[in-house]
Design a protein around this ligand. Structure first.
Ligand code: AMP
Length: 226
């Protein structure tokens, strides 16, 4: 299974990716998570990316393609992957296609998760992540457990989920990422789902859209022997 989850910030790409990881055993590759880890670790990449992320803008394409090239080269990505938050521009999509062409492993599907913008803002404002394990919750729609690793005391809001940055991120999505819908549609790879529903219902719709792409579902492939 090699798929891209496409959608505006807050459309549920991260949550649904986590569920697909459990169901299909392929890794979630979230470029936002990779960048946040670099910021936390204080690496040169993190230092470069922090101000851009805090402003709700996009990190440059060459940097992002470098990150993806390295991540897709890791052994766990051989059996497939769920790309979450990448590609975000046409140049990134073209770079990804070149890279996957070199590897001989083209995408199976791109699923657009469609949610009304008004609802996105509410979803984003409720988003919290666990500082211990990184799991993401929503205080309105997917609350964390009362006790244990992900209890309220360990939850934080992302700096770029603050209201003033969210509007900028939606504008950037409209201008730079939405053109990918037509791009992947023209290649016959795109499926769209209404992602404005309960988490389990959205997972069902996502699985149905993925199954539709191949007629009988996308199977997890054996990793090639080294
Ligand atoms: P996300 O967690 O996917 O919402 O990403 C958080 C932030 O990381 C974005 O607002 C961008 O600043 C940056 N980012 C993540 N993925 C990309 C990408 N593919 N291209 C450029 N910037 C990205």
């Amino acid at each position: 299974m090699r798929i891209v989850l496409l959608g505006a910030p807050g459309s549920g790409k991260g949550t649904q990716s986590q569920r697909l990881v459990e169901r299909h055993g392929v890794p979630q590759i979230s470029t936002g998570d990779l960048l946040r880890a670099a910021v936390k670790a204080g690496t040169p990449l993190g230092v470069h990316a922090k101000a851009i992320m805090d402003a709700g803008k996009l990190v440059d394409d060459a940097t992002m393609l470098g990150i993806i090239r390295e991540r897709l080269g890791q052994p766990d990505a051989r059996k497939g992957f769920i790309l979450d938050g990448f590609p975000r521009t046409i140049a990134q999509a073209e770079g990804l296609a070149r890279l996957l062409g070199e590897l001989g492993t083209p995408l199976d599907a791109v699923v657009l998760m469609d949610v009304d913008y008004g609802k996105l803002i509410k979803r984003i404002s409720g988003r919290r992540s666990c500082t211990n394990c990184g799991r993401v919750f929503n205080i309105h729609t997917a609350p964390p457990p009362a006790e244990g690793c992900c209890a309220a005391a360990h939850l934080v809001q992302r700096p770029d989920d603050k209201e003033e940055t969210v509007a900028k991120r939606l504008q950037v999505y409209d201008e730079q990422t939405k053109p990918l819908v037509a791009h992947y549609s023209a290649q016959g790879l795109l499926r769209m789902i209404d992602a404005d529903a309960e988490m389990e219902e959205v997972t069902q719709r996502l699985e149905a859209a993925l199954a539709e792409r191949t007629g009988e579902g996308i199977l997890v492939e054996e990793a090639p022997r080294a």
